[in-house]
Design a protein around this ligand. Sequence first.
Ligand SMILES: *[C@@H]1O[C@H](CO)[C@@H](O)[C@H](O)[C@H]1NC(C)=O
Ligand SMILES: *[C@@H]1O[C@H](CO)[C@@H](O)[C@H](O)[C@H]1NC(C)=O
Ligand SMILES: *[C@@H]1O[C@H](CO)[C@@H](O)[C@H](O)[C@H]1NC(C)=O
Ligand SMILES: *[C@@H]1O[C@H](CO)[C@@H](O)[C@H](O)[C@H]1NC(C)=O
Ligand SMILES: *[C@@H]1O[C@H](CO)[C@@H](O)[C@H](O)[C@H]1NC(C)=O
Ligand SMILES: *[C@@H]1O[C@H](CO)[C@@H](O)[C@H](O)[C@H]1NC(C)=O
Ligand SMILES: *[C@@H]1O[C@H](CO)[C@@H](O)[C@H](O)[C@H]1NC(C)=O
Length: 795
Amino acid sequence: MAPASPLSRRVRSLVVAFSVFALTVLTSNASNASWQTWGPYRPNLYFGVRPQVPETLLMGLMWASGDSRDKLLSTLRDTCEQNDGMRGYGWTYYDTRLGGSQTMHDTQLQLDLDTDFLKTEDGATWAVRITGTPDPSAPDVNTSVILHVAVENVTSNGPKSLVCEKQTEGKDGIEAVCRGEIAALGELELNVLGDAMNNLVYNTAVKSVQVPEDKIWQAKSVFIDHLRALPGNQMTLEDAAGAGNMHFVQLTFQGPFKLMLTYHGVEATPLNPNTVESGLSSLRSTFPSTVDRVFPRSSPFQQDKYAKFTQEILSNLLGGLGFFHGDTKVDYSNATEYLETDLDFWLKAQAAMARAPITTTAPLTLLTHTPSRPFFPRGFLWDEGFHLLPVIEWDLDLAVSVLQSWLNLMDEDGWIGREQILGPEARSRVPAEFHVQYPHYANPPTLSLLFPILISKLAGTSPYAGHPSTYLSSPDDASRMLKDLYPLLARHYQWFRRTQAGNFTGAYPRPEGAIAGEGFRWRGRTPMHCLTSGLDDYPRANPPHPGELHVDALAWVGASANALQQVARHLGEQADADMYEKHVAAVKHNLDALHWDAANKTYCDATIASDNYTLVCYEGYVSLFPLLLGLMDADHPNLPAVLDLLSDPAKMWSDYGLRSLSAADPNYGKDDNYWRGAVWMNLNVLAVLRLRDVGLQNPAGQGRTPVQTRALSLAAQLRERLVNTVYNSWEQTGFFWEQYSDKTGEGTHSRAFTGWTACVILLLGLQFDKTTVGRGMDIASLGSSSSTLSFFWCR
Ligand SMILES: *[C@@H]1O[C@H](CO)[C@@H](O)[C@H](O)[C@H]1NC(C)=O
Ligand SMILES: *[C@@H]1O[C@H](CO)[C@@H](O)[C@H](O)[C@H]1NC(C)=O
Ligand SMILES: *[C@@H]1O[C@H](CO)[C@@H](O)[C@H](O)[C@H]1NC(C)=O
Ligand SMILES: *[C@@H]1O[C@H](CO)[C@@H](O)[C@H](O)[C@H]1NC(C)=O
Ligand SMILES: *[C@@H]1O[C@H](CO)[C@@H](O)[C@H](O)[C@H]1NC(C)=O
Ligand SMILES: *[C@@H]1O[C@H](CO)[C@@H](O)[C@H](O)[C@H]1NC(C)=O
Ligand SMILES: *[C@@H]1O[C@H](CO)[C@@H](O)[C@H](O)[C@H]1NC(C)=O
């Protein structure tokens, strides 16, 4: 018999037992659950499941050495960490709608641990199978596995209860059952199915406890406290199953093991090991071809080794999706110092912040992908727009859900906090000095990048090969969705224009010919940092000046106006569309009138020096923003100079991608050295796509100009360098990284960074010849500048 069969046999009787139970005992609330409801939406944990419903059920997995109590306590794995002896971990395949498989290579514990998660599309059931495979050199290694389930805020939001029970030894292979009710989910049941290989060392322990609300997400510390309280060197909790708001099931194994946790609404048939096995194996076998279809690979990336790479980078981007709910800290003082009008504004703002009262808001809810599970397990506005670029190709409805969730965070003014640290669990991962969000601080409005893509897919002008989409199949649903989002997008845009406005009152000189009012300045600068721009330590005018204008801030306004223009046009709001189109034109005009340094032939920030309007040039990503955000056409007179800058090996062009700061800049590699040379994939991918876009334009219906040929050639070269950089580093280290060294291509800063680094997936199939654009799309025929944004992602 196959090794899994004892478990299967047990479960067959389990299924029978529960269908009887369901028919006779309980009636469920009408469930509105869907494929989105359940998932491993606690990406800060190695494995943790929760529904997209606030104040409900939190499930998590911990494991540790089972050799001794001391070892158990010192090796207990819970949250993803940078340095706990893993040789790599992450999803080898994962689809947000269905589930997937994650492996943790736990070298310290001499074990590979797999968590295979499967859910049904009706949202009524899910299961996780946990498999431990000892290293061949340590076949008898002991491992303790702790599953935990907690119920948040038992007394709020309707009836909630969970009662666990230990099953008599061996019965049907079920070690523990928890039954309960959560208002939003109805009556439910969880089962822990034990070891199919009979490798349990100790009796399974089931312990139910009541913890204060602030401990509800701290299963590890609750577990440790309870274990420490036991006498001697006991390694398992004492049995004490029953009612409580936190429940532990601890199993200790010697050698290989396999166990499963299943969830089901009482009216649903629970998943059993056979269905899980067959569900996972069909997912495993279809996933590669689905990925190939959505993200096709072209030369020179057709080899099989790139298939696994593509699957992993996508799986880990998707597997970083989290659902967050909780309060956040905001400084609503709106101190006049926050207008930042004085010459020493940053000092005055700091002083005002030190005395400002901090408000703890009502709980907010956010569905978001996360930049990095160990290091940044929370929502970042600047990152999310990039995360969604691959996601919208894979699963348009999922991307829309995330867009909606982010835009719904907006307050009445139009502000969205740039970093969403919701609730104490999220806060526990952030130093206290960064908790407070400021309503005068902006962040690049990257969500704008998604709207032209969304519109082009709705209009059928760009292909879509992802999961079937309700919006693409129902124009009514699509227009309702857009009508809801459009005013939010517009409000955020107006907020940005108002709060990040440059000073055009006449207090400072402005170049002749510039359009008054169409210039912007990031608030929140200090001499060394402009965190709000997203480019942290990228050099800017020093000292900061209240008369400054930032080229990237203006370009983001242009990108947002372009997005709004397209949405308005799609919705038939012609007057609005005309207005936004004028904004785009004004932005384009002022990029040149305010920010083009004709002597240095580069786009620059501007400041006031000796009462004069003065450009301050630090060549690097900031100089590329007019191109990166689609605001330069193929016939733009400054395009050749921009191409010179980015292709100059002494400046931005490196073997591994575009340097964030020119190697010729005196600040290159200095101080924090964060955005001062390293290669970042988000803006590099944008560069490839824009260069290609410019190269394929053909507004006048003529042949390709020399500058277009050059742009295409640069795009093609850059594409290969970027993919090779991320691929080689992944092959060597097992990880994707936050940024890459421009000198060696090594991954640097945070590892397990599958946020925007995953954007390279958009490059694998990119082709540069108009005749091979693919899927019948004639990109060049789309023509003029205002529509360039709508097709530049297409393959
Ligand atoms: C079901 O609907 C209720 C009421 O609208 C809501 O509170 C709950 O969160 C929903 N549950 C799910 C799983 O979407
Ligand atoms: C629990 O309820 C309290 C009071 O209503 C609320 O402040 C807190 O945010 C809730 N906790 C969660 C996790 O939702
Ligand atoms: C593993 O557990 C077994 C049973 O308790 C024990 O005999 C053995 O010594 C343990 N192995 C190690 C390496 O501690
Ligand atoms: C902040 O104060 C300014 C005046 O200093 C006022 O115009 C603005 O409306 C205030 N914003 C909020 C959100 O209260
Ligand atoms: C513009 O700068 C002047 C001089 O510092 C200042 O008085 C004024 O308040 C500023 N206006 C705006 C809108 O920032
Ligand atoms: C820009 O041009 C000015 C004048 O030609 C020159 O002094 C300065 O060094 C140049 N700056 C850069 C960054 O090239
Ligand atoms: C500033 O501009 C004035 C004329 O507007 C000029 O006389 C002066 O030389 C300029 N100063 C600098 C430092 O360029």
